[in-house]
Design a binder for this molecule. Structure first.
Ligand code: HGY
Ligand code: MN
Ligand code: MN
Length: 397
């Protein structure tokens, strides 16, 4: 487990931001895909890629009713070492443990690696699982582009993959009998419960909205304040409005972690500013209420500065409640581990609407995630591997 994580610890290190930057089909993520394929092949698993750039490593012949585990290998910009890779590495280690126990699956068993879960390059979270389930239009997906203007289609072709086949994949979906994703907890729930491992009960409703402000580019020194239409002002108002709006709704979160002035010169009044809102709450009504308040603040602030604003919903997922029967069955199989909610989205959250799905969480001592400080103790990671092996054996008995 620790050795496997150590093997990839040098891949996609981001010296500028700290942590790791590994994004859909970029050099670092492709290196991790190759590493995973080699590790799975070495274990006698048959590795295949599906039409959406997801990888599937099969123990036994691919077939219906499969027990599938896995997660993602991509990260947020400057992310931690565990978010995603812990689920993939734990799956490989769980196969080793099951083999050491002399276990032979009574059903097809697979490890899945989903593409671009963080949306760090093309902006849509869980892109691979959304494509698999038909939750995003393939033409829309093909046109998604990164900050250099490289489209998803071009990035896939550069990686030797064919984007023509993107789209809902009923055959791959139909093979999944149960999907269980192991993930480092992104919060302190297990710390407070004093447990190394837990099962997921729900995922917050959450979405991403792009705010595009248009003003008038001009000279920072030669332009009087009264003559300005500076889009950075309404953008600043929106950052503050997001915190205010979320603060008024119990348990809601609103974040603006990405803001891009154009052209971005120190002595230049921006002509346009784009920012992205990540908003989440317990249900659809509360999430959309928070967003509506922020949009209203953006429109007022833009008008006051003689600017315009356009708001685009880029992705959205309603609250996910994991199948309680499966959740409790797995918790029971593990001797009664706690069930806890999460504010973080996952591929399991996308699949939960299509196949029986569950998640296992591994304790994160600080709760910090999406940052280089993200961590899980080796003993807790080992407990996660044992729990995953027990769950896979239980489901594939
Ligand atoms: O944004 C999320 O919650 C997930 O980590 N993609
Ligand atoms: Mn994440
Ligand atoms: Mn993740």
């Amino acid at each position: 487990m620790t050795e496997l994580l150590a093997e990839i610890a040098c891949v996609g290190v981001d010296a500028r931001r700290g942590g790791f930057s590994r994004h859909g089909f970029d050099h670092a993520e492709l290196e991790l895909r190759e590493w995973f394929t080699a590790e799975a092949t070495r274990r006698g698993l048959g590795v295949e890629g599906d039409r959406n750039g997801n990888l599937w490593a099969w123990w036994g012949e691919p077939g219906a009713g499969a027990v599938v585990t896995g997660s993602h290998l991509d990260s947020v910009p400057g992310g931690g070492a565990f978010d995603g890779p812990l689920g993939v590495v734990s799956a490989l280690a769980a196969v080793d443990l099951l083999r050491a126990r002399g276990f032979t699956p009574g059903k097809p068993l697979a490890i899945a690696v989903f593409a671009e879960e963080e949306g760090g390059r093309f902006g849509i979270a869980c892109l691979g699982s959304r494509l698999l389930t038909g939750a995003i239009d393939p033409d829309t997906a093909r046109r998604l582009s990164d900050s250099d203007g490289v489209s998803l289609a071009e990035a896939m072709r550069a990686a030797g993959l064919d984007p023509a086949g993107l789209g809902r994949d009923p055959d791959s979906l139909a093979r999944i009998g149960t999907f269980v994703e192991l993930h480092v907890e992104q919060g302190r729930g297990l710390v407070e419960l004093g447990a190394p491992v837990g099962v997921a009960s729900s995922i917050l409703a959450h979405g991403r909205w792009r705010f595009s402000f248009v003003g008038e580019g001009n000279h920072a020194g030669a332009t009087l304040l009264v003559d300005r239409r500076d889009p950075m002002l309404p953008a600043a108002q929106v950052v503050l409005a997001a915190r205010r709006a979320a603060g008024r709704v119990e348990g809601a979160r609103a974040t603006i972690g990405r803001i891009t002035p154009n052209p971005g010169g120190t002595n230049v009044i921006a002509s346009t500013v784009d920012l992205w809102l990540d908003a989440r709450a317990a249900d659809d009504v509360r999430t959309r209420a928070v967003v509506a308040e922020i949009v209203a603040a953006a429109e007022t602030a833009a008008a006051e500065e003689g600017c315009t604003v356009a708001v685009t919903e880029e992705s959205y997922g309603d609250t996910v409640v994991f199948d309680p029967t499966l959740r409790d069955d797995l918790a029971g199989a593990l001797g009664g581990v706690p069930a806890l909610p999460t504010g973080a989205g996952h591929d399991a959250g996308i699949l939960a609407g299509h196949v029986p799905t569950a998640m296992l969480f591994v304790r994160n001592p600080t709760g910090v995630s999406h940052a280089p400080a993200e961590f899980a103790e080796p003993a807790d990671c080992a407990a996660g591997v044992v729990a995953l092996a027990d769950v896979l054996a239980h489901l594939a008995r």
